[in-house]
Design a protein around this ligand. Sequence first.
Ligand code: NAD
Ligand code: ZN
Ligand code: ZN
Length: 340
Amino acid sequence: MKAAVVRGFGEPLVIEERPDLEPGPGQVRIRVEASGLCHTDIHAAHGDWPVRPNPPFVPGHEGVGVVDELGEGVTRLAVGQRVAVPWLGKACGRCEHCLTGWETLCESQVNTGYGCDGGYAEKMLAWADFAQPVPDGVNPFDAAPLTCAGVTTYKALKVAGVRPAQLVAVSGVGGLGHLAVQYAKIAGATVAAIDVTDDKLELARELGADILIDARKDDVGEVLRQHGGAHAALALAVNPAAFEAVNAGLRRGGKLVMVALPAHGTVQVPIFGTVLNGTSVIGSIVGTRQDLAEVFQLHAAGRTKVIYETRPLAAVNASIDEVLRGQVKARIVFDLGTGG
Ligand code: NAD
Ligand code: ZN
Ligand code: ZN
């Protein structure tokens, strides 16, 4: 099977031919059909974060495909079933976090495409308890971006406790943001979308955003404050300055939800404004299996639209460059099912 492998941080990925994998106890093997390119995979390949993966590794945590072999003891999934393999590859199931609905905070978790090989491959392994069944009628190319971009933004809105009639700012309308706009609309909010390219702002408008803010020329905080200030702001742009800009547009009691993970990122949060205005800064990491099930359920019901462009896995390095140059409409999904 073919896989795209990170051999060293900052180096181009290498397409390798590898032997097929045998699933261990509790695992399944998946014939991957579609695999999304999340900006996180680029951070992984560049070694951007304090906790780094160990090359060589196969990135990818939006892999979707069909189960083709069951490991010992697996009864939850069947051969032929379509599943998605998210960032949360597995968690312990026993700790305080796992037992209180916060498995995404488990300290023993293994992350797909980071702590174990991921979806940039024709075949991959997954732990059966964490591979998410994809409902009938949801195609693998839609399912792939939902598996991280979807669940992450859906969860970020839950964490912010967004209610109808609130103003939600979505900073960065990329892979994550184009779904965030839609979930905020489903929650009944008014949505202000912020980006730095005309195409992304136009996409946000098509997806239902009510207010468009061009961070190249507009003062983001000022525009949001003119609208009364945001009840919640999702920071999805890979740029610390964008976090600060949107934080300045919160209304009193508003919540900044940090989601993007720029390399070595730190932001300045003014103490006076935060205290006097009673604002919060919250971190939000992906979502649980239940959150992903809900994301798939909404999509199966026709309530979300996934914007993607397909590429062959062989184009992995060019695809990464496209994302870094901001040239992708929303998400690139590698097509592994048709000989790409
Ligand atoms: P992306 O590259 O598809 O989207 C980023 C968007 O931000 C682009 O549309 C870009 O034009 C826009 N942008 C750039 N500068 C901006 C600015 N100054 N103001 C407003 N918008 C600006 O990336 P993505 O795949 O959506 O991922 C975004 C970030 O979220 C990455 O850092 C990724 O690692 C992180 N992420 C976090 C989680 C989590 O669980 N917390 C999950 C997935 C991804
Ligand atoms: Zn991701
Ligand atoms: Zn745990």
